[in-house]
Write a protein that binds this ligand. Sequence first.
Ligand code: GLP
Length: 246
Amino acid sequence: MEFYVVDSYRELSDKAANIVAEEMFHNKNAVLGLATGSTPEGMYARLVKMYRESKLDFASIVTFNLDEYIGLCPEHPRSYHYYMNRNLFDHVNINAENINIPCCSDGWNSGEICREYDRKIINAGGIDLQLLGLGVNGHIGFNEPGQHLQAQTHLVNLAKETIEANSRFFDTPDEVPRQAITMGVGSIMHSAKILLMASGQNKAPAIRESFSGLVSTKTPASLLQLHRDLILLIDKEAASLLDCVR
Ligand code: GLP
């Protein structure tokens, strides 16, 4: 595992963008696994800047997003489709056909959609670099703590803490969707390389639980300790409860 503790969110965003850019330089056809949430926003802004300065080319890049809420159409300002367009896709030369985001409206056959998503990842040759944020409860994507974790893409009922944490993006807590589709931990763990980012004091307990040496389904991110090529990139607030940093 490569482990970086940086001083600020700005530094975290710069370093994350450099890691993604390096992957893209080495492989013009890279398959990127993309994350949403507030943490990667700064990184996306830097990638857009690099593109505008002609330092990056997205023409042959393929992307797979981790997750999407159920019940929000792609045009909904709180959907992850909208987030990705606003933060990245609208500003770079990515081919729309290479963008993949799980999508499931009420009434659709979610099982078939999930299986198709996994097939697409396999047909693309797997994910070269998977970006991850971290939930306050240790979730990755929307793989929530529980007795079991699911390997494949699946429909999930969101945990109470996730609904609470994500209610800051909605006008009222009632508007926060209760379900989502998420890539499973298997698809995440099969990625050739993983970059996990976390920023802020509120992530410190989840970082401590995830990298304590124990692996538990109660902290989904703890599974990442088993990955061969993990980059852990966090700021000093998120690192503040780790024994090796204190
Ligand atoms: C959501 C997303 C996760 C993300 C998490 C943390 O629950 N499904 O992929 O990592 O939020 O978000 P933030 O970066 O806003 O703390």
